[in-house]
Structures are given as C-alpha cells and as structure tokens.
Design a protein around this ligand. Structure first.
Ligand SMILES: [Zn+2]
Length: 235
C-alpha cells in the first residue's frame, strides 16, 4: 500500500518530468522556415550571443518589412563599424582613431588611471560621470579555468604606462569575483615596484540595499573599509 505522501510525491515527479519534456521540446523545436534566404539570415542573427532561433526569426521578419534603402543603411552601418572601429593604442578602449577620445582629452586627469577588464566597464563608469581620469582596458581577467593567463591581457602595456612616470594613482576596478581578486593581486604585485598609489574600488552595501539581506562577506568588508561620513555628503 502506498502512503498518500508517496503517491503525491510520485505525481509531482511525473508532473516535473512532463514539464521538463515540454520545455525541452519547446527549446529544440525546429523553426520551419519557408525560404532559404530567410533561413540564412536567421542563422546569422542567431549566431549573436543571447539570441535564439525564434528571436532571430522575429528580428529577420521585422527587417524584411523595411524598405530596401533602410536595409542598405543597416548593412552599411555594420560593415563600417567593422572596418573602422579599432582599439586605442594607449588604453585599449574602442576608438575611431588611433587614440581614443578619452586619452586624447586635455580635460581628463592623466595622473589617474582606472584599470578595467572590459570595454563595457569603461561605458558603465563613464555613465556615472564621477570619474575624470583615464582608463586602461585589460581585455579580460586572469582565469586559469578559461585558459586566460596574464600574457593574454594588456598588462605589459599598463606597466609601460606606469613606468613612463606620469601616473600617480592606479584604481583597480575589477569584478569582486575570485578571478577579479586574483587579477587585482597580480597587478598589485607587478605595480608595487613603481612609485604609484594603488587603490581598488570600494566594495560595500548596495544603494537602497537592506543591511539584513546583505551577505556577510560584503557587510564585513563594508565595516572594515568604512569611509568618513563627510565623503558620502559630497556625492
Ligand atoms: Zn584610449
């Protein structure tokens, strides 16, 4: 004889499997496309990160409704972007010129350099309007699991910039992950040979965050790395 609990659990298990099967069928359901031209466009669009076949089909069908001159502009924008965008030879940021607009700006403090992993981090920090120094984009972080070693990153060029002697402070603005911390420590070891102040971005309680829901490592760091109250008044 089954107990009621066992029967219930059995049913629940069956329902879960059923839902998983539906989800999988949905995920791998072939999209029936009646045109090979549409199909090849869908293949191209769905090769982009985060875009599945169904989303790609929706985008492609939306493009199909546009006028031919709109499509020409669309294609030309992609071709021009690919042909003319390069990496700044000083900081590795994206640029239309040899040197990016931030490095070329006389209004930015060149004695202050913020080290980030990715070009998107530059955009994120720029959107805060709180930083008036310059950047150095590493192009990733040290991650042995992903096969990324220091030699794969723009570390030598950072050292060359510091060795040139105009930089007074390096701000390490990397993710608060194991890989981010490893990269920070590696850079700290490399840069401590020079007469340069090395700081890292503050780790702490998020704005609008409740203390009781903050994880203990973050909260612990927030206490250790507390800042004078006057500093928060200036923001
Ligand atoms: Zn630059």
């Amino acid at each position: 004889m089954y107990q009621i609990g066992e029967i219930y659990q059995g049913c629940q298990h069956t329902v879960t499997i059923h839902h998983e099967k539906i989800a999988q069928a949905h995920k791998f359901a072939p999209v029936n496309i009646p045109s090979r031209y549409i199909e090849q466009a869908v293949d191209q669009v769905s090769s982009l990160p985060g875009i599945g076949k169904k989303t790609a089909l929706r985008l492609v069908l939306a493009l199909l409704k546009r006028k031919p001159e709109d499509i020409e502009r669309f294609a030309a924008a992609l071709t021009d972007m690919h042909a003319h965008t390069k990496l700044c030879k000083v900081c590795n940021n994206l640029s239309d010129e040899e040197v990016c607009s931030i490095c070329a700006s006389p209004y930015r403090d060149e004695s202050l350099v913020c080290v980030v992993a990715d070009i998107r981090d530059v955009m994120a920090i720029e959107s805060t309007s709180q930083f008036q120094g310059k950047y150095h984009v590493l192009g990733g972080i040290i991650s042995p699991i992903d096969g990324i070693s220091p030699s794969d990153l723009a570390i030598e060029s950072l050292i060359s910039r510091v060795a040139a002697g105009n930089i007074k402070e390096i701000i390490l603005a990397l993710s608060a992950t194991m890989e981010g911390e490893t990269t920070c420590f590696y850079l700290y070891r490399k840069l401590s040979a020079f007469d340069v102040k090395i700081s890292s971005i503050a780790r702490g309680v998020a704005v609008g965050g409740e203390l009781e829901y903050t994880d203990e490592v973050t909260l612990g760091r927030s206490i250790l790395l507390r800042t004078p109250y006057e500093t928060s008044l200036k923001r």
